[in-house]
Design a protein around this ligand. Structure first.
Ligand code: GDP
Length: 458
């Protein structure tokens, strides 16, 4: 979903590498890419405009000093705003279904024909029956669920719900095409009360387009059932049209949430980004396959991450930020500027910072999917052990040896190796790494260490 946004953002992040801060100019360029990506994804224009304006405002105010790269800071802003756009600003549990204290909790399903209403009714029933529902983040247990169809225009629709209910393992209340939808609703409510159902889900008729009769009918059903949840089911593949339909339903009915179906077939994903903004109602579920298991509770934060294809990169950035001691890095940079040479004491300080980055394993886990393959090849325990051994070697040296590495001849190396409990070859290997680093430092003198660290982080 929204692959273009990911690609475009990645490109901007690369061009920003090495720049010290977010400026009017480089932010402008990034915003153009974001704007284009959103339009390509078929996000509604007013949503694009407002989103870009918000990102711009936040990005320019963003303090980049602590971040590794301005590019990452920008991605961070985009991520935050995407999350908010999709309902993250409503609170962590805004996507949860509220089920009445006094059962049965009635859920009314609304939407156009073909949107996936009946399938979603079955999916939702199964999910509730299997104990998927949470309240305040906590599971509330399995529910006793009854489903009924008030679609008297298409007998096939009633049959379809019957089949789906059987697959879902929930009870189905038969209805017939010669009944009035209002009577079906009243009968179902009575039945659900009498037999102590926790939840009653009412599937309704859809039309191919929005018409007044359909709206009147569902309004009447709403009045009879007084549902705690009125879910609007919409096909993600409609793109911008999904938003128009959502708006019409939202004007006619007090919707409590939206279910976006067929997200698996929608490469652009614009509806997911627009629908909350246009209706003001939270997305509660997404349909991700035709199968009954293909329903997922919607999490704005996770969806934003999926859109950006970046795993948990933000918390990674935060962790790395914490780990790198900016003061220490600046001291080193100042030292380089003053012409002092980079010695083994500095090398030791660098290694200590690497260790501060924490358990490499936890950092690798948070890398975006693209890197996970490479990450899997790095043995993080081994890397940690390696760092500790290098520190052991450095600690076996005298201060003089660390500040004048040229003193390290064979006999001193033997003593150091013995002190650290390693072979002499390992001391040599570490010295080679040090020389490599020293060479790099010479090159970096002009740019400064902070800049190099940013480049490594990007
Ligand atoms: P209704 O007319 O609104 O009741 O729509 P249906 O429930 O009959 O669904 C219409 C079609 O969309 C069916 O072929 C479903 O299998 C399919 N469908 C529904 N939800 C999803 C989904 O999340 N993903 C995919 N790929 N297909 C879906």
């Amino acid at each position: 979903m929204l692959d273009n946004l990911t690609t475009r953002l990645a490109r901007v992040v690369k061009t920003l590498r090495g720049e010290a801060r977010l400026t009017e100019a480089n932010t402008q360029e990034m915003l153009r890419e974001v704007r284009l990506a959103l339009l390509e994804a078929d996000v509604a224009l007013p949503v694009v405009r407002e989103f870009v304006a918000r990102v711009r405002e936040k990005a320019l105010g963003e303090e980049v000093a602590g971040s590794l790269t301005p590019g990452q800071a920008l991605v961070g802003v985009v991520h935050k705003e995407l999350t908010a756009l999709m309902g993250g600003d409503l609170g962590p549990n805004a996507s949860e279904l509220s089920l009445a204290q006094q059962p049965p909790a009635v859920i009314l399903m609304a939407g156009l024909q073909g949107s996936g209403k009946t399938t979603t009714t079955g999916k939702l029933a199964r999910w509730l029956a299997e104990g998927g529902h949470t309240q305040g983040g906590r599971k509330t247990g399995r529910k006793k669920v009854l489903v009924v169809s008030a679609d008297v225009y298409r007998p096939a629709a009633i049959e379809q719900l019957k089949t789906v209910a059987a697959q879902a393992g929930v009870d189905f209340l038969p209805s017939t095409a010669d009944q009035k939808p209002e009577d079906i609703a009243r009968g179902a409510l009575d039945h659900a009360r009498r037999y102590h159902y926790d939840v009653l889900i009412v599937d309704t008729a859809g039309r191919l387009g929005i018409d007044e009769q359909l709206m009147n009918e569902i309004r009447a059903l709403h009045a009879i059932l007084d549902p705690i949840e009125t879910l609007f089911v919409v096909d993600a593949m409609l793109g911008q049209d999904a938003v128009n339909v959502a708006k019409a339903f939202n004007d006619a009915l007090p919707l409590t949430g939206v279910v976006l179906t067929k997200l698996d077939g929608d490469a652009r994903g614009g509806a997911a980004l627009s629908v909350r903004h246009i209706t003001g109602k939270p997305l509660k579920f997404v349909g991700v396959s035709e199968k009954l298991a293909g329903l997922e509770p919607f999490h704005p934060e996770r969806m934003a991450q999926r859109v950006l294809g970046m795993g948990d990169i933000l918390s990674l950035v935060e962790e790395a930020q914490k780990a790198i001691d900016v003061g220490e890095a600046q001291k080193l940079a100042a030292k380089l500027k003053s012409g002092d040479k980079f010695d083994l004491n500095d090398f030791r300080a660098q290694i200590a910072q690497m260790k501060n980055m924490g358990d490499m394993g936890s950092i690798l886990e948070k890398l975006p999917a693209q890197f996970s393959q490479a990450a899997a090849q790095v043995d993080s325990k081994q890397a940690g052990k390696q760092i500790r051994r290098m520190e052991g070697i450095l600690n076996s040296m005298t201060n003089l040896e660390r500040s004048k590495p040229e003193l390290l001849k064979a006999s001193r190396k033997r003593r150091i190796a013995a002190g650290a409990g390693v072979q002499v070859q390992e001391v040599n290997r570490m010295l080679a790494q040090f020389e490599q680093m020293q060479g790099m430092m010479k090159q970096m003198k002009k740019g400064g260490l902070a800049k190099m660290m940013r480049a490594m982080g990007g």
